[in-house]
Design a protein around this ligand. Structure first.
Ligand code: TXA
Ligand code: MG
Length: 331
């Protein structure tokens, strides 16, 4: 079956059609401000199990649950404390996921059997309209195959997952472009599990304490060293050595995409080199996954890029770039 595609700026009828798919236990890809999600009713274990099957994702890697409004928090999490309420007030709707004690409504399939759950309210009108129409929460990972680049347009989703989903809701290109920041709030110390769309510095300002570091792969499964990986190799180089590195690769006959920031010198031009400019960390975050996908479409061998400073949204970009550049276990 081909997925039914709900148009960009869907009207109430089209949203209702997608919501009916969710209520019937189906899978609906939908836009958020960060990346597109692959959603199912978070209370329906059978529907959620299909998400893992479609993505090829190990069942122990928990999914984020998306809520229609901040006041839904207490329905899907237990023991919500002052810290969680303060962060919800400050950043929801928005690209912040909080790890809290799992509420009884959340299917254990969502969390891979864990007693914690990741919750967020996305800042996207289409996502909020869909959540509202569903009358439930949507468990949704990024709508890509496991380990690959997250989709930031409906067309990316179609190309990643095609007929494996029941409906795709088109909300245009994602505004933030990298995934949500994940903060764990179940212990005495709040911890940053994944840098993302909300700056860690802003979260610390609200909490009034520094965020502890995440505990690695066992704490947040899915945070593998290699992730967000395009087919092309990704190389991180500093501004001073980029030109030389690009020239060397081109001399070896390799097709290079050189990603160059506003203050970076473009490398010397060679027919094998394509220069892509970005305007700074926010723009690079928004376009990062597009650049990686386009590099694959263009048959590039290597993407050479100078990472931004690891602060604010730049921390998320650096994190994704390191994972895209990491050695791949399966080639
Ligand atoms: O921006 C986003 O967060 C996007 C959009 C669709 O909302 N979603 C997203 O989902 O990035 P996904 O599945 O690609 O990444 C979710 C991450 C995983 O690395 C997972 O390990 C972590 O969230 N996670 C979810 N629940 C968790 C839990 N209970 N404890 C620890 N980590 C959790
Ligand atoms: Mg993902």
């Amino acid at each position: 079956m081909h997925p039914s595609v709900v148009t960009e700026r869907p009207d109430a009828t089209e949203i209702e059609r997608a919501a009916a798919v969710v209520r019937g236990g189906g899978l609906v890809a939908f836009p958020t401000e960060t990346v597109y999600g692959l959603g199912a009713d978070a209370a329906n274990g059978e529907a959620v199990a299909r998400i893992f099957a479609v993505k090829g994702r190990p069942p122990t890697h928990p999914l984020i649950v998306h809520l229609a409004a901040p006041d839904e928090l207490g329905r899907w999490a237990d023991g919500v404390d002052e810290r969680a309420r303060a962060l919800a007030d400050a950043f929801w709707p928005g690209p912040l996921t909080m790890i809290l004690h799992r509420g009884g409504r959340v299917s254990p399939v969502v969390t891979g059997g864990r007693d914690t759950v990741g919750l967020r309210v996305p800042a996207h009108d289409v996502a909020l309209a869909l959540l509202d129409a569903c009358g439930t929460a949507l468990a949704a990972p990024s709508a890509n195959r496991f380990g690959r680049v997250s989709p930031t347009t409906a067309d990316d989703v179609r190309r990643e997952l095609g007929d494996a989903v029941d409906a795709i809701v088109d909300g245009g290109p994602c505004r933030v472009g990298v995934e949500s920041t994940i903060v764990e709030l179940v212990g005495p110390e709040p911890r940053l599990l994944r840098p993302g769309g909300v700056a860690a510095e802003s979260i610390e300002a609200v909490l009034g304490v520094p965020l502890g570091a995440g505990g690695g792969p066992s704490r947040a499964p899915g945070m593998l060293a290699s992730h967000y990986a395009p087919g092309a190799a990704v190389e991180l180089v500093d501004d001073a050595t980029r030109g030389e590195r690009v020239a060397t690769l081109a001399a070896e006959g390799r097709r290079v995409i050189a990603v160059v920031g506003p203050r970076d010198r473009p490398p010397s031009t060679d027919p094998l080199v394509t220069v892509v400019h970005h305007a700074g960390p926010d723009d690079l975050a928004r376009r990062l996954y597009r650049i990686l996908r386009d590099a694959d479409d263009a048959g590039a061998d290597v993407v050479v890029i100078t990472p931004p400073a690891s602060e604010g949204i730049g921390a998320a970009v650096v994190d994704r770039l390191r994972k895209a550049a990491a050695p791949r276990p399966h080639g």
